[in-house]
Ligand binder design. Structure first.
Ligand SMILES: [Zn+2]
Length: 80
C-alpha cells in the first residue's frame, strides 16, 4: 500500500537569541543621589567620572551607565 514518507527536515538549528531590549521601565525608586535644597529634595544625577561634568550616567536597576563612554558603575545593593 501507500508508503507514507514524511520528509521533515525543517528543523533548522538556528537559535534566535533575542538580547533583552532596553525596555522602558521607569518604575524604580530614585537613587540616593539627591540633596536637600532649602526644603526641596533635589535629585542629583551622577556624572560620569570619565567624561566629567555634563555627562550624566543613565540610571539602571543596579548600575549607572555612561551613554558616552559606557562606563558602568555598579551600585551596591547591600544596603537596607
Ligand atoms: Zn563617560
Amino acid at each position: 500500500m501507500g508508503k507514507k514518507k514524511k520528509g521533515g527536515s525543517s528543523s533548522s538549528g538556528k537559535s534566535k537569541k533575542s538580547s533583552g531590549g532596553s525596555g522602558i521601565k521607569r518604575k524604580r525608586e530614585s537613587w540616593k543621589y539627591y540633596k536637600i535644597d532649602g526644603d526641596q529634595l533635589v535629585r542629583i544625577k551622577q556624572e560620569c567620572p570619565e567624561c566629567g561634568a555634563g555627562y550624566f550616567m543613565a540610571e539602571h536597576q543596579n548600575r549607572l551607565t555612561c551613554g558616552n563612554c559606557y562606563t558602568t558603575q555598579w551600585l551596591s545593593e547591600a544596603e537596607a
